[in-house]
Design a protein around this ligand. Sequence first.
Ligand code: AMP
Ligand code: GLY
Length: 424
Amino acid sequence: MNILLVGSGGREHALAWKIAQSPLLTRMVAAPGNPGIAGLCEIRPLNATDVEGLVALAKEIAADLVVIGPESALEAGLADQLARAGIPCFGPTAAAARLETSKAFSKDFCARHDLPTAAYGVFETPAAAAAFLDSQTPPFVIKADGLAAGKGVVIAATRAEADAAVSDMLGGLFGQAGARVVIEEFMPGEEVSLFALCDGETAIPFGFAQDHKRAYDGDQGPNTGGMGAYSPAPVLTDVLARRAFEDCVLPAVRGMAAEGTPYRGVIYAGLMLTPTGPRLVEFNARFGDPECQVLMLRLQSDVLPYLAAAAAGALASLPPPVWRDESALCVVIAADGYPQSPVAGAIIRGADGPDHDEAVVFHAGTARDPDGTLRSAGGRVLNVCALGAPLSEARGRAYGRIGGIDFPGGFHRSDIGWRALPAD
Ligand code: AMP
Ligand code: GLY
C-alpha cells in the first residue's frame, strides 16, 4: 500500500514507526513530517492544513490511504476533499470532526443522544454567562467553543476567575474560537482516554491510556497537551471500559450516522470516572498525543489493516486487535517555557540511534540543521517511550533512556505513571 501520513508531532512519528513495520507497506510519504519521521520515510514540506497541496500529493504518490494525525487538518476539510477525489482517508470529515472542533456542537450532540456528560450551557454574551454562573457552585468549568490549542479550558476556583475567563474568551482572546463559551458542571474523578476505530457504522475498541495534563510533578502547574502517558491504565477495569464503550462510544457513532455525518477514523473519548460511572469530558476526532505513542508500542497487530478498514467501512470483517501483555509508558521532554512560551533552538544530543531495551524516542518538536545537528523546535520536543512488565519496568527503561539524552533547557516530569504505581 502507498500511504500518505499527515502531521508532524510525536503522535505521527509513532504512527509512522508502526506503519513502517507493516508487511503491507509499499511506500510511505509524510507531510510535513519531522526529523524523526524522516528516518523512516520520505517527507514533503506541506502543512497539515494545505488541503489542496495534500490532495495533489496523495494523487502524485497514488496513495491507497491517507492517514490524518492532527485535528487542524480535519477542521480544514482534508477528509472531505480526499473523498471528493476518491482517495480513501483515515479521519473524519469536517462535519463529523465537529465532535472535537466545536464544544457547543459536541455538547448539544451528547444531549440529543443522551450520552452521560456534564450539564452545560452555551453563551454568547457575558450577561447570559453570568446569569448561568449564578445558578452554579464552584469550581466553574469555562470552555471556548472552538479549537484553542489546548488552552481554551479554565477550571475556575472562584467566581471572579470564572467571570474573567468568560470575559477573556468572549473578548477575543482566542479569536472566533471564543465567540461562544460553554460553561459546564464540574465532574470529580480520575480521567482516562478511551479510543475506538469507527468506519461510519461499526466501532471497535482500540485501546486506552491515561495521560498527565499538568506541566510539573505532582500534577502541578499549567495544563498542557500532555506530559506523558501509559497504557493500560489499571483504573479502567475491563468492566468499566466496556461500559464506557457501550454508553459513550457506540451511541455517538450511531448518532453521527443517524444525523447524516457518519464518523470514520479514530474517536477519542476523554472520560471522567465518577462515582456514578464513566462520563464524557470531551470527544476528540484523532488519536491522543502522547496516548498514541503508548498505543502504538503496545499494538501487536499490524496497524494498516485497521486504518484501511476504518476508511473503507470494513471494520466488521476484522478480528479485534491484539495488544502486547506489557505496559507502555511515554515521558515527554518539553522545552523550557512550555506551555506558555517554549524556547527553541537548543542543540540535542543522544536522541537518535537504534531503539534498544524496548525504549524508543519519538520526535515531537525537533528540526535538523543542514549539517545534521538536531535542535528543539517546539513545545513538546521528544517522547521517550518504553515497554515493560510490570509498568514499573517500562518506567525504568524510559527514564533510563532519558539519561542518555543531552538537551540543555529541556524538562520532563519525573513521576509519569504515578497513579498506577506504588509510591517509591
Ligand atoms: P478538555 O479540553 O475539554 O479536555 O478539558 C481540559 C481538561 O479540563 C480536562 O482534561 C479535564 O481535566 C478538565 N475538565 C474539562 N471539563 C471538565 C468538567 N466538566 N469537569 C471536571 N474537569 C473538567
Ligand atoms: N493528550 C491529550 C490530547 O491529545 O488531547
